[in-house]
Design a protein around this ligand. Structure first.
Ligand SMILES: C[S@@+](CC[C@H](N)C(=O)[O-])C[C@H]1O[C@@H](n2cnc3c(N)ncnc32)[C@H](O)[C@@H]1O
Length: 262
């Protein structure tokens, strides 16, 4: 059973917000379109390792609603292509990008990374995606094939630190069938074996936990009913289960910075 079943997200966001999308503030949008623990702060922590500047190209693999892609384009001036398996997310990402007037530099494609025809990107990003991917070696191999030599890769990924039963439902899996969590050292090994040299591999769980602790007050301060937990089927339960599993040591969130061989 897929975890990503939502449809017509733009209409839902508008109904929840009771406002036109263009009236939402950046803080309100950050609570809607960043589909990972750590929100916009996580993206800020990844940006330096991507080594991007205006005119360079970024591939965002599993781009979701496009919050990270737009944030990086705004911050660095680069061009971004996001690819995602879920058509409704690609439609929402494209609409939100048009409202943000970033459509000339940020585009989204409904595709599995394995079918993407473009290559030669200067950098790649993947946030909270590989836990849906069984064959991680093929996944990171497909990313490597689409980058130029010496390109940067940044990941922000959920790992499994214990073999305890999964606390379902989770943001990326309703019934466990599409969850393929790896131990941090195993995930690092797969990425390195795909041709990438690790520059950083950091356990970011402590501050992500704090971010979850602050989520309620942040959503209250945003003064809108529109939020990621409200958009997702059973969203609040899925978020709480994720946060509890981070707190009790079942999961970690790891940030990785890598460079493809020259
Ligand atoms: C939890 S969401 C994260 C979205 C986004 N990276 C973010 O952090 O806001 C995971 C996304 O990965 C996408 N996905 C999973 N496997 C994929 C694959 N092989 N190729 C492209 N997208 C994939 C899903 O459709 C979903 O939108």
């Amino acid at each position: 059973m897929s975890a990503y079943t939502e449809t017509d997200l733009v209409t839902t966001i508008g109904q929840l917000a009771g406002a036109d999308l263009s009236d939402l503030t950046q803080a309100q949008l950050d609570g809607i379109d960043q589909f990972h623990g750590g929100g916009a702060e996580a993206v800020d922590r990844l940006i330096p390792s991507l080594d991007l500047s205006a005119g360079m190209t970024l591939l965002d693999v599993g781009s979701g609603l496009g919050g990270p892609a737009r944030q990086i384009a705004r911050t660095t001036g680069c061009d971004v292509l996001g690819v995602d398996l879920t058509e409704a997310y690609v439609e929402a990402a494209t609409a939100l990008t048009s409202v943000a007037r970033l459509g000339a530099r940020v585009q989204f494609l409904h595709s599995d990374i394995a079918r993407l025809q473009r290559s030669g990107f200067d950098a790649a990003l993947s946030m909270h995606v590989q836990m849906n991917v069984d064959d991680k070696s093929a996944f990171f191999g497909e990313i490597a094939k689409r980058l130029r030599r010496g390109a940067c890769l940044a990941v922000f990924e959920v790992c499994r630190a214990s073999e305890d039963a999964l606390p379902l439902p989770l943001p990326w899996s309703i019934d466990g069938t599409d969850s393929f969590l790896a131990a941090p050292s195993d995930l690092l090994g797969v990425i390195e074996d795909s041709g990438f040299t690790a520059l950083e591999w950091v356990d970011e769980t402590p501050w992500v936990l704090q971010w979850f602790d602050d989520l309620g007050s942040r959503l209250a301060a945003a003064e809108t009913e529109a939020s990621l937990p409200a958009l997702l089927a059973d969203g609040p339960t899925r978020m709480i289960n994720f946060a509890v599993a981070l707190a009790d040591g079942t999961f970690t969130v790891h940030r990785g910075a890598f460079r493809l061989a020259d």
